[in-house]
Structures are given as C-alpha cells and as structure tokens.
Design a protein. Structure first.
Ligand code: X5A
Ligand code: ZN
Length: 662
C-alpha cells in the first residue's frame, strides 16, 4: 500500500500556438517542472507510477454531452486558424491538435487513480495532468479546462463503486464553477472551493462564486464557497479555513472518498493567485485531509503557474501522501481581517445545513464582556510582501525522515499490546545515574520499580529530539504518570526545546513549578468546568458527544497547537482520562501536523492494552477509526469551549472564527 503517481509524457504536447497573454501561462513546462521536482527529491521512485490511459467516450459521457465530445474530437484535424477561431468561442481556452488526446489522458488519469485507491492497490495518489479540469462544463471548455477530470472521477466513483458520499476539496485559487454546476443539486458530492473573488471582480466574475451559493434542491448545503476578497492570503488564513469551515463540515459529512482539485495557483509567487501561502502549507492541508475517508485521497492537478512554487508545492503534497512528517509552517499564525470576514460569511450561509456550524456560531455570539476581550486583538489586514518569495522558497528545509518511525516502551509485555508492524520496542535506556538524578528531583514520586521504565522513556524523548525516532508511546504506572510528565517537561527544557505543548488528559495536576514563560503550553482535558490560569495554562472538560469532541480538537486544540508552534508535543493519558480508542487515535493523528510528528504519548498502564494499537497506528500515520455517528454537542460542552475561546483568542488568533466588529 502506498501512493500512486499517474502521469503520461504525452500530456506535455498541448501548448498555445498563437499570442494570448491570458492563456500563455498554461504551458507544458508546468508538468515537467513538477515531475523534475519529484525526481530530484527521490519522491517519484517511492510512488507506484501508473502510466495514464485515455478515458473512453463512454467515460467522458458521465459528465459531457456527446455533441461537445465530438466537437473536441474534431479539433484534432483543424488547422491553426480554425483552432484559434474555435478557441475564441470559449472563455480563456486554447485548442491544439493534441488537445483531444491530452484531455482524454488527463481524464483517464483521474479515473485510474480512483480505481487504484478504491480497489485498495494504494492508499492515495496524485494525477499530474494537463489540461486542468475544474472550469469545464457539460458542453463547454473554460479557463484552460477541456474535460472536467475531477467531476468525472466523482461520477466514476459513484457509478462503478457505488459510493454515496464524496468530498471534493478545490484549493485551486480559481472557483471551479464547472464542478459546482455539475453537482449543484447532488447531495452525494460535497464541493468545497476557496477562491480569489475580490467581491466579484476577479475571473470568472460570477455571482454564484460567492458564499451564498450553497447548491439547489436536494443539494442545498453541499456546495461550499469561500470567496477571498483580498489577495495575500497566507498559511494562517488557509489553516483557519480548514479548521473552522471545511473540516467541521467534512467530519459531519463523513465522506467515503476525498478528491482534491489540487491547483497550486493558490501558493506564493503565483501570478494568477497573488496569494502568500508557502509550499509547506500544502503538506499541512494534505495531512489534515488524511484523517477523513480512511485516508482515501485522490488529488488531481489543476492550476499552478509559477514553476518553482508549483514544483515545491507538489513535492510537499506527495511527501505527505507518502506519510513523511510535515515541515514546520512559517509565518505568524494570525488570520487577516478579510479572511475572517470571508470565513464568517460562509458560516452564516451554511449554518442552516450543518449542525457542526450551528455549534460554532452559537459560540461566537458574544456577551458585551466577551466582545471587549475580543477587541484586544485586532487582526491585521493582509499585505503582499513584494520580494518575499525567493527567501521563503530558499528557506524551505526538509528534515530527513527519522530512521525509526514509532517506538514503544511499555511496562506491559509487548505481545499483550497487539502493536501494528513497523513499530519498534524500545529496549535502550539512558544511564542509570541519570535516571536516578531526574527521579531524585521528584522525590518520593517514583517507586524503585519505576526507574527502569523512566530510563527507557527518557531515551525515547532523546530519540525524538535527536531525530532518531519520529514519535513514541510509553506506559507508566498510574501513580508515576504525573511525575513522569514533570520529568519529561524539565528534560525537554534542559535540552533547549523552545516550546513544548502538553496535552494532559485525566487526573494530572499542573506541575507546581511549571514555568509560565511561554515555553510550556499546558492544556488539561478533564473534570467538570473550564478554567484558565494564564494564557499558557488552562483546562477544559472532555466532551462526551462526537460533535463536542470534534469542536474541541478543531476549534481549540489545533488552533492553539498551530499558534504555539511547538518543537515537541507531550500527550499524557493519566488516570481516569476517559478517552475512547477512536478519540485517542484522532487526537494523536491530528496533533502530528503542527509538530512535524514529534509526539511522545505517555499512557497510564491500566488503559494501555485497549489503546496501544490504535494509538500506535495513528502515530505511525494510519487513518484513525471513525468516532461513530455524529452527535450534536451539548449546551454545556459548547459553553465550556466558548468560555475558553473568548478569553484565549486575544493571544491565540487562530481561535477566532469571526471577524471582530469594525
Ligand atoms: C485551471 C486554472 C485559470 C484560468 C484563468 C483565466 N484556470 N484567466 O487555473
Ligand atoms: Zn486556477
């Protein structure tokens, strides 16, 4: 099982044959640049490479009219003047004698990728194709697009595999109006698109690209448009859109397959998009999607016109599909005012159709006291730094993947844990004297028999910090869990970790000598009420509903984690933590993104037999099991979250779900 890469060199054949400044950016070098990038980084050879085959006429007929297909077919024999004349009948389109062949290969590649994923040959994959597809309509080429590759893929998945829920994530910077039209009244396809809009003054200048276009008939609520009204949107804006709009809806929708209209004209440097998101952002967006649909992701290239930015972004996505850890996200994690307004407008339009948004919106109706707290933190307006591109692209460093992926040190015999293959048992330990010295600092909280385990856990921590191990699970006796966590925090700091995020579940008290200097972010998930000691130390109850749990993760834990940018995450499951298997797995899986996978999970031994396997799988990169049917958060759960968010969002700007009033 792995990642498919579907490609055919013939797709570089089509190119513009006359002068047209609008169309010249859609050039063959786009594909060669992306492929060269993958080759240079050794990513191509790690994929299952499939050679694209043309889609049949019948397959094209899933979306397109017979007359339109025949018309495109005829372009094969037209001369340059005739091609030019035909092209002018469409909006931002050029035909070439090889267009029909290329467009059939592009559509065929998307279908093959769906087959590879849905037959279980691979987990996920990318089709590198030209021409792109998302603007194309039943009987019209549009915006460089001839056949609608992703719409065809969705129809194919429904028809051949009987899928009932498909999510399409269109992160290209243009609105894929073609996809929107095709599935406008179809509730089995949830179409999400963000796009440069500027209140309608950006191509394709359509009112139906705005947030209030939500689909029609049975399909109401299954079209989700997030229009960007300014250029310069960056990593924080894209993340906020995923955490506060796309992911809540996607979890509630519970797709069986995720298709990505993977356009990279939404990345920094692109002449069309004028946005600021750096290539690593696409690694993060990809990893966030990997918790859905059992990890079944089919990405199909759409736009992307800055060759260097395109190649890097494609590499970031493929690397993440392959399971490599995500590189850190650069930049201040503060969404801009205009982005928050856009996010709010989608939430308002979609609230009637989605329970998860009803929860979020209720939590952003603020009391006067809360409103004054919100105003403490004004959001910046977005600014496009002129020559910010090359330094950012140069900085892009790739940590090599650690030799050992996930390791376990356990007080419980390994065989009892049913660990997945590829997980290593930690036998090594730090020196006995060193362990004893740490234990002495926490007098009387360790029994003699705890010391051997502590030595191994310290060794795991060192392994993660040195890049020898990606992440790890350690068990402790119930009594020693809190003390172990204390030692781990101190050792992280002693080893010069800049920021450590502790997510402590169950009965684990905040260490008394915990520094409040911004190096430790301590979040305790336990008990009855939410409480705040400082901007770095607080606690919240564990929700009992799936809706409440998801809101906690997407609305609180991840925005905090992304805002904090930790070097290391300590996830501790102490006595009476109350987490179910699927919850623990989802929390671990999602905490990996903001920290590049560097998580040490400490679990008290009572519950490890139940949790070890799914926790190890999640840390290892497997998609966590489903939380079960969606259940609405209770008013108490929402109130606790609301209480925390209202007070914390002045410091942690990614928590904001709505723009402060002007
Ligand atoms: C696939 C894509 C853009 C067309 C822009 C026309 N099309 N101005 O990115
Ligand atoms: Zn585009």
């Amino acid at each position: 099982m792995g990642t498919a890469l579907v490609y055919h060199e013939d797709m570089t054949a089509t190119r513009l044959l006359w002068d047209d400044p609008e169309c010249e950016i859609e050039c063959p070098e786009r594909l060669t640049a992306a492929l060269d990038g993958l080759r240079q980084r050794g990513l191509e050879e790690r994929c299952l490479c499939l050679s694209a085959c043309e889609a049949s006429e019948e397959e094209l007929g899933l979306v397109h009219s017979p007359e339109y297909i025949a018309l495109v077919q005829k372009t094969q024999t037209l001369d340059k003047e005739e091609l030019h004349a035909l092209s002018k009948q469409y909006n931002a389109v050029y035909f070439h004698p090889d267009t029909f062949h290329c467009a059939r290969l592009a559509a065929g590649a998307a279908l093959q990728l769906v087959d590879a994923v849905l037959t279980g040959a691979v987990h996920n994959g990318l089709a590198l194709v030209r021409p792109p597809g998302h603007h194309s309509q039943r009987a019209a080429a549009n915006g460089f697009c001839v056949f609608n590759n992703v719409a065809l893929a969705a129809k194919h998945a429904k028809q051949k595999y009987g899928l009932q829920r498909i999510l399409i994530v269109d992160w290209d910077v243009h609105h894929g109006q073609g996809i929107q039209y095709i599935f406008n009244d179809d509730p089995s396809v949830l179409y999400f698109s963000w796009h440069r809009y500027e209140h309608g003054s950006f191509w394709p200048f359509l009112p139906e690209s705005d947030a209030d276009a939500v689909g029609q008939g049975q399909g109401q609520g299954f079209t989700v448009n997030l229009p960007w009204n300014q250029v310069g949107m960056g990593n924080a804006d894209y993340l906020a859109a995923f955490l506060h709009v796309l992911l809540p809806l996607a979890f509630e929708f519970d797709p069986e397959l995720v298709l990505v209209s993977a356009g990279f004209d939404s990345a920094i440097g692109d002449p069309e998009g004028q946005m600021q998101a750096t290539p690593e952002c696409f690694a993060h967006l990809t990893q966030l999607l990997q918790v859905l649909a059992g990890g079944r992701i089919c990405a199909v290239l759409e736009g992307g016109y800055h060759l260097e930015s395109l190649a890097q972004s494609v590499c970031m996505m493929v690397q993440t599909l392959l399971g490599d850890p995500t590189p850190p996200l650069l930049g201040l994690m503060v969404p801009c005012q205009s982005a928050l307004e856009s996010i709010q407008s989608v939430q308002t339009a979609q609230t009637p159709y989605w329970t998860s948004l009803q929860q979020i919106l209720s939590s952003s109706t603020h009391s006067p006291e809360e409103r004054s707290l919100r105003l403490l933190g004004e959001s910046p307006t977005c600014a496009v730094a002129e020559d910010s591109l090359s330094p950012l692209l140069d900085q892009l460093c790739l940590r090599p993947a650690p030799p050992i992926c996930t390791a376990v040190a356990s007080t419980v015999p390994g065989a009892a844990l049913c660990l997945p293959p590829g997980v290593l048992h930690q036998e090594g330990s730090v020196l006995r004297e060193e362990t004893e010295a740490w234990a002495r600092l926490h007098k009387s909280r360790f029994q003699d028999e705890d010391l051997a385990t502590l030595g191994k856990i310290l060794c795991l921590l060192d392994g993660i910090m040195d890049g020898q191990i990606r992440n790890a699970i350690a068990t402790t006796t119930a009594l020693a869990t809190a003390a172990t966590l204390d030692v781990l925090i101190q050792r992280c700091l002693a080893r010069r970790a800049q920021r450590v995020l502790c997510v402590a579940l169950g009965q684990l008290d905040r260490p008394l000598d915990l520094a409040d200097d911004g190096r430790i972010l301590w979040l305790n998930i336990r008990g009855k009420d939410a409480a705040i000691q400082s901007m770095f130390h607080f606690s919240t109850p564990l929700p009992q509903t799936t809706g409440g749990f998801l809101s906690l993760i997407l609305g609180l834990v991840l925005p905090l984690a992304y805002g904090f940018q930790p070097d290391m995450v300590l996830m501790a499951l102490g006595p009476a933590h109350g987490l179910q298997n699927a919850q623990a797995a989802l929390l671990a899986a999602m905490l990996r993104s903001p920290v590049g996978g560097r998580i040490l999970a400490v679990v008290e031994e009572e519950s490890i037999r139940l949790l070890a396997r799914s926790l190890a799988q999640a840390l290892h990169g497997e998609t966590p099991p489903s939380l079960g049917p969606f259940s609405k958060a209770t008013p108490e759960e929402i109130q606790a979250l609301m209480f925390l968010k209202a007070r914390l969002e002045a410091r942690w700007k990614l928590l904001q779900v709505a723009a402060p009033p002007p």
